[in-house]
Design a protein. Structure first.
Lengths: 301, 380
């Protein structure tokens, strides 16, 4: 399969130049200079490491503008919101910018079988075999069901899907999902839509440390610095929806997330220094640096 | 599922809701501020807190309450409002409820749609954009039998990924059968949670049994019904605050016990109808807004639904504060979408704007009108 590696989305943002085009250009130059490897999902490769969702926006047009501003190359859409009878007449899919990879999700499914059936409907409707697996039987936390998610992953992989599962931040479950053949794992930072940031940070670090597939931190990322934090600890990508959709200015927030994701990634690639103890400083100038300035001691007789 | 029916009935018996409502009514401004502060601090509100938010003292802080509710609604539901249409399949009724335009014995033209006629009505609604339909009927076990409802649900399933019913309550077997046919949700308003008042207004028929109705959601949820619709009819019982508290307690109970279900609630005010029933208490407009905002803060996940009983200004206002689901362009008589005026209506609607106009209002207010928010639960 071919994947979009250029972003007409970004080009469109440049076209609607309000002074931001130059900023995008500068960010792009920094990213290229970092010689970062592409973000791989199955057979697909991407430059952007920010994935965005399409729920909760006030209008499809605002959603589209925010998607463009985010520079995202992967956009997830809830299949329960897609209405094929309205294709071309204002359905949500009509507002996904061209050249952006569509990642249908199974939001609303409460069991492995439902997720499988929904994924098949989605593949038939959109032509992509990418699927973001969501099995969330509890409508209050929308917490992923670990048992059904693993079962669904096995069903979907066997059926030829490229599976990106939304899952609890559990290192063992993430390994099991990887063994089941998932293309990524997508552990949660905190509850969907809560904007509470990386409450599962310790578990995320353990997952990233052991994973053999890209780890995408999904859910709970509330502000750009949360996205940067996830990228700094080595996440391959982040997925953001609510934080952009319910911002006062979703388009500006989308841009902020684009920058933060890049900044966090560059920070990770640059290799951070060790974390010192809370009780003392480590001087930036070595305390014994003066030794090299002293005259050489006379040789012992 | 393991829960025996009738559990909430026992919970309700342990709650002194009129007492809570009275204590709440006496709340002063400091108490209201304390509850609002607790909410802002991220704390969960208790029923006693909700009673304070329903008090006259809280009416004086309505703008503050509405602002907090709006933030909670946006955080949980985003800028999206779900739309649905009621489809009245029958106004035949064997129950005598003093407030209802369908009550047995009232001189209204009775009609039950055939399955074909229901499909024709449904097609008009689908053409208008709806993908969630609520099948409404009176309580008539022969004309609107389980067989009939299952047949209608099955017929409409290819057109509607979301189908709910607002009918009499059913046995667990029937709920399971309707779920297998493609049913998503069930709406059964308790009308009032005050047992004495309930018996006064439900004079005869199936609906007279308070406990059977109260336990219906436990049977429905156990049988796999995903969305449970609670409701009180404001104006039926004098102590409306106690009814709102009971509804809130019921919603909390169901969402904890049946954690896979989504709970939705509606609190309609009595409208003119053939029954000519005068409300025993007037819930004024400010109080009506207060109820919705307070419920949002008490139960942030609760879907709040608002019908066309309310006038456009109220609907447009509440959608910015707490309401997350709306009907639009409704007809409340069987067959009323194809042939208006041929049968008796349940009540007179106040917001007569067609669905496209409601959608345009939502867009103008910065909200996404969501027509489709479900997928077929059974393969078609």
């Amino acid at each position: 399969m071919t994947a979009p590696v250029t972003t007409p989305a970004t080009a469109a943002a440049d076209a609607a130049d309000d002074g931001r085009g130059e900023l995008d250009e500068a960010v792009g130059a920094v990213v290229r200079a970092a010689a970062d490897e592409p973000f791989r999902v199955g057979d697909h490769t991407f430059t952007s490491r920010l994935m965005v969702g399409t729920g909760k926006f006030g209008s499809h047009q605002v959603m589209r503008d925010a998607l463009v501003a985010s520079g995202a190359e992967i956009v997830t859409v809830a299949l329960r919101r897609v209405d094929l009878d309205r294709a071309g007449e204002g359905d949500i899919l009509d507002f996904v910018p061209p050249g952006v990879a569509l990642l249908p999700n199974t939001s609303g499914a409460v069991s492995a079988e439902e997720a499988h059936r929904l994924a098949r409907l989605g593949r038939a409707a959109t032509g992509t075999s990418l699927v973001k697996l969501e099995v969330t039987p509890d409508p209050r936390t929308l917490a992923p069901d670990p048992v059904e998610t693993l079962r669904a992953a096995e069903l979907l992989v066997a059926d030829g899907f490229t599976v990106l599962p939304y899952c609890p931040a559990d290192p063992v479950l993430c390994r099991r999902l990887e063994e089941a053949g998932c293309a990524t794992v997508m552990p949660l930072g905190s509850w969907i839509g809560s904007n509470r940031g990386l409450r599962t940070r310790d578990a995320l670090e353990a997952i990233i440390d052991s994973a053999g597939v890209p780890v995408v931190v999904d859910a709970g990322i509330g502000v750009p610095s949360d996205a940067a934090e996830a990228m700094e600890i080595g996440a391959a990508a982040v997925l953001v929806n609510t934080a952009i959709a319910v911002a006062t200015d979703p388009v500006a927030m989308a841009r902020a997330f684009a920058l933060a994701t890049v900044a966090g990634r560059l920070g990770y690639l640059a290799g951070r220094g060790a974390v010192g103890p809370a009780t003392r400083a480590e001087a930036s100038s070595p305390l014994t640096g003066f030794l090299s300035g002293l005259p050489t001691a006379p040789a012992a007789p | 599922m393991s829960t025996p029916p009738g559990q909430f009935s026992r919970v309700l018996a342990t709650l002194d809701l009129p007492g809570l409502a009275r204590a709440g009514e006496r709340a002063d401004d400091a108490a209201v501020r304390a509850v609002l502060d607790r909410h802002r601090g991220g704390g969960r509100l208790t029923l006693a807190d909700l009673a304070v938010l329903l008090s006259p003292a809280a009416t004086a802080r309505l703008e503050e309450l509405a602002t907090a509710a709006r933030a909670a609604t946006l955080a949980r539901f985003g800028r999206a409002v779900r739309l649905f249409a009621p489809l009245y399949v029958s106004n035949a009724c064997l129950s005598s409820c003093t407030y209802c335009g369908f009550a047995k014995g009232l001189p209204v033209v009775r009609r039950t749609l055939s399955v074909d006629e229901a499909e024709a009505e449904a097609r008009l609604l689908a053409d208008r954009g709806f993908r969630h339909v609520l099948l409404v009927s009176g309580e008539h076990r022969i004309e609107v039998s389980a067989d009939y409802l299952a047949a209608v649900v099955e017929r409409l399933r290819p057109m509607f990924p979301a189908i709910s019913i607002e009918t009499q309550t059913w046995s667990d077997d029937t709920y399971a059968r309707l779920v297998a046919a493609g049913l998503l949700g069930a709406v059964h308003y308790q009308e009032t949670y005050d047992r004495a008042r309930y018996r006064e207004v439900h004079v005869a028929g199936w609906k007279r049994d308070f406990d059977r109705r109260l336990s219906s959601f436990e049977r429905a949820a156990a049988a796999g019904v995903r969305r449970l619709g609670l409701g009180v009819l404001l104006g039926l019982a004098v102590d409306w605050r106690a009814d709102v508290l009971a509804l809130a307690a019921h919603a909390s109970f169901l969402s904890r016990r049946y954690w896979r279900t989504e709970v939705t609630a509606a609190l309609p005010r009595i409208r003119p109808n053939a029954a000519g029933f005068p409300p025993v208490v007037e819930v004024d407009d400010a109080e009506f807004v207060q109820i919705h905002a307070a419920l949002r803060l008490y139960e942030p996940d609760l879907d709040l639904s608002l019908s066309t009983r309310e006038p456009p200004a109220m609907r447009d206002g509440l959608v910015r504060i707490a309401v997350t689901t709306m009907s639009a362009g409704s007809s409340t008589e069987p067959g009323g979408y194809s042939r208006p005026g041929a049968a008796g209506e349940q009540f007179t609607i106040s917001d007569e704007r067609p669905p496209a106009e409601i959608a345009a209002m939502l867009v103008a207010a910065g909200y996404d009108p969501v027509w489709k928010d479900a997928f077929p639960l059974v393969a078609t």
